[in-house]
Design a protein around this ligand. Structure first.
Ligand code: ACO
Ligand code: LMR
Length: 615
């Protein structure tokens, strides 16, 4: 790389600071220039390690984070540039370290407000070490088709419009990043485009001056003409005057010093940049423009004909054959970020998920359209919430009360039942709440607790087949199927289950009708004559009463069949009994009970003397 080059197509850089959007913009520029690989090889973020994902076209790539400059440099000795987004408080220290690092050659300091003393020290250090410092207080710069500093030149649309994805013939330098972006547009419209554009920053002591970059362009054979935007305040432009007079600058230079309106404003007005204040007439824009014109630069009469002078100069060079317009180049499209495209209504995609029971996106999360605060205000209760989330209905009060009744009476049935037993054993094995709860829940099935759904199915089957109780019992016996909801290990005709009696009493009082319960009771009347524990058990009672309830609120038999097909009717047992299982878990933990091992005298060992041999 020649001494006048700051960047080339293979430039590798670090970005200091958590500026993920700026990094993505640099990568998108690289991709648009059809570069083989990204220019950014590392993020330096003292507060965070790890890595970040970015897009490379439509693919994703990983760029690692480094907490220290030296770690980044060690991992990527090929990187010679740093885009430094450190704040004005920390910019000095880290920039100094970068300039003192052998492999780092160019540093762009973005921060505004870097103390002048620090800026002057950094400028001196860069010069002493033969390094390039751009800024502070700059957006950076861009080498068309090669390398973009951070956010320079704004959106990808602007980059495309200014043809910055391929080199033109114009070397540009200014103080202001904003005006630079504007100038890239002007140059693109009036020439074959920018070769390189640098914004040196608006502070009084920039790390490199306007003339420094113009001299680079003078030396670079790819630059055929130079365009510059100066600013009132300071004496930089007089260095350019002197260089013109000394023939150090011989290529055509179109330059305008902004701020000619200052004399019309009251007293030494301070423009946007720290350095933009004329302390004497010679520092004023008029004086500078006059001196530049006298020294041979192409100076327009006002900013209004700046573009015209650029165009005339370009056309003259083209006519002389000095400029052969840059070959056109069709940059690849840069995919728009999905979120941006969605916001603009440019993309749509089928959803992968669907919810019809609740929506958390609004100001207040809602259950089936009822905002949470309304659920509480209108006192929906657990039964009402189950109505909204399970049935998607605002259930009548008796239905809500029934659901809450069932949850209360089914919550537990002692430590001996299989589910509670499993929870206890798992808790005593030192497992946590979730595992112990799951261990209990997995025992719920066709024999214990999981017969609610089966009962809803079986008794409707008997009714729908119009089988009398005795016929139904016979029919199921022939199928060799135990009727779900019939039978109990503990309760019997002589030891009725109070829970069943409570539910039946509630239903008799509040349900409009109970055809399925009545049918189940008539069946139990038959079975319990055979064996007195073959009563309608709690699962059966819950199942048939839920069917009676749904029929009463307008569900059809088909609707109910769909619910039994999904095992719906077991839900309330699962919900209620989880309360008891967790109670047993907490109880065991409080008791600090040790590992349970089944007593040997409770196990019948019937082991053969030897295994059967299989040839
Ligand atoms: N339907 C028809 N006949 C039955 C039923 C039934 N639900 N349950 C038992 N029997 C018969 C058996 O076929 C057997 O007849 P057999 O002597 O002619 O062979 C006899 O009664 C004894 O059967 P067991 O299974 O030994 O009876 P046990 O009292 O042990 O069974 C159990 C209790 C497991 C609950 C059983 O009745 C059953 O499986 N019921 C259906 C599932 C059910 O409802 N479970 C929920 C229980 S409540 C709860 O878990 C909260
Ligand atoms: C229960 O509710 O767990 C019981 O009805 C089952 C049982 O075995 O007691």
């Amino acid at each position: 790389m020649a001494s006048y080059d700051l960047f080339h197509k293979g430039t590798k850089a670090f970005v200091y600071g958590n500026q993920l959007r700026a990094v993505q913009r640099m990568l998108d520029f690289d991709y648009m220039c059809r570069k083989d690989a990204p220019s950014v090889v590392g993020l330096i973020t003292p507060e965070q390690g790890g890595f970040e994902k970015f897009f490379w076209g439509t693919k994703e790539i990983v760029i690692h984070r480094f907490r220290k400059v030296q770690d980044a440099v060690k991992a990527h000795p090929e990187a010679d540039t740093v885009v430094n987004f450190a704040s004005e408080r920390s910019a000095y220290a880290c920039t100094k370290e970068m300039l003192e690092t052998e492999s780092i050659r160019v540093v762009a300091v973005i921060a505004e407000g870097v103390p002048e003393r620090n800026a002057r020290e950094l400028r001196l250090l860069a010069k002493q070490r033969g390094k390039w410092l751009i800024g502070p207080a700059t957006v950076g710069g861009i080498k068309a088709g090669c390398f973009r500093i951070g956010n320079t030149a704004g959106t990808l649309e602007n980059i495309r419009e200014c043809k910055l994805y391929r080199p033109g013939s114009v070397g540009f330098v200014a103080k202001s990043g904003g005006l630079s972006n504007e100038a890239y547009n002007i140059v693109a419209r009036n020439t074959d485009g920018i070769y390189e554009g640098i914004a040196i920053g608006g502070d009084a002591y920039p790390g490199s001056g306007l003339l420094d970059h113009l001299l680079r362009y003078e030396a670079d054979p790819n630059v055929k003409m130079m365009v510059c935007l100066g600013e009132l305040g300071g004496r930089e432009e007089y260095d350019i005057v002197e260089a013109l007079q000394q023939k150090k600058l011989t290529k055509p230079l179109v330059i305008w010093v902004t701020g000619t309106c200052a004399p019309m404003l009251a007293g030494g007005v301070q423009f946007g940049h720290a350095g933009a204040k004329a302390d004497s007439a010679s520092e004023g824009a008029q004086a500078k423009n006059a001196a530049l014109k006298k020294a041979g630069a192409v100076v327009p009469n006002s900013f209004d004909d700046y573009d015209q002078k650029i165009h005339e100069t370009y056309e003259e060079l083209k006519r002389k054959g000095v400029i052969k317009p840059a070959p056109e180049f069709d940059p690849p499209p840069i995919p728009m970020d999905y979120a941006d495209a969605l916001k603009r209504g440019l993309v749509r995609k089928p959803t992968n998920f669907m919810s019809t029971i609740c929506d958390e996106r609004g100001e207040v999360h809602n259950y089936c359209g009822v905002p949470m605060d309304e659920v509480i205000k209108q006192d929906y209760g657990i039964g009402g919430v189950i109505g909204l989330l399970w049935f998607k209905k605002k259930l009548p009060k008796y239905a809500c009360d029934f659901i809450e009744l069932v949850i209360q009476i089914i919550a537990d049935h002692g430590p001996a039942v299989s589910g509670a037993h499993n929870t206890i054993v798992t808790a005593r094995a030192g497992k946590g709440l979730i595992e112990s709860l799951i261990s209990g829940l997995v025992t719920i099935g066709p024999r214990f607790g999981g017969a609610v759904n089966g009962a809803a199915d079986h008794f409707r089957l008997g009714l729908n087949k119009k089988l009398g109780p005795r016929e139904f019992v016979e029919y199921m016996k022939q199928q060799n199927i135990n009727i779900q909801g019939i039978g109990h290990r503990l309760h019997s005709v002589d030891n009725p289950d109070a829970r069943v009696e409570i539910m039946i009493a509630f239903a008799r009082k509040h349900f409009p009708r109970t055809p399925v319960l009545d049918y189940a009771l008539s069946v139990a009347d038959v079975t319990s004559r055979k064996k007195n524990n073959l009563i309608l058990n709690v699962d059966g009672c819950i199942g048939v009463l839920f069917v009676d309830l749904l029929l009463a609120i307008g569900y059809s038999d088909q609707d109910i069949q769909k619910l039994t097909d999904m095992g719906f009717f077991n839900a309330v047992f699962l919900l209620g009994r989880s309360i008891g299982f967790m109670g047993h878990y907490f109880d065991q933990k409080r008791l600090n009970q040790g590992l349970f091992r089944h007593p040997l005298d409770d196990i019948l060992y019937d082991v053969p003397a030897a295994p059967e041999s299989v040839d």
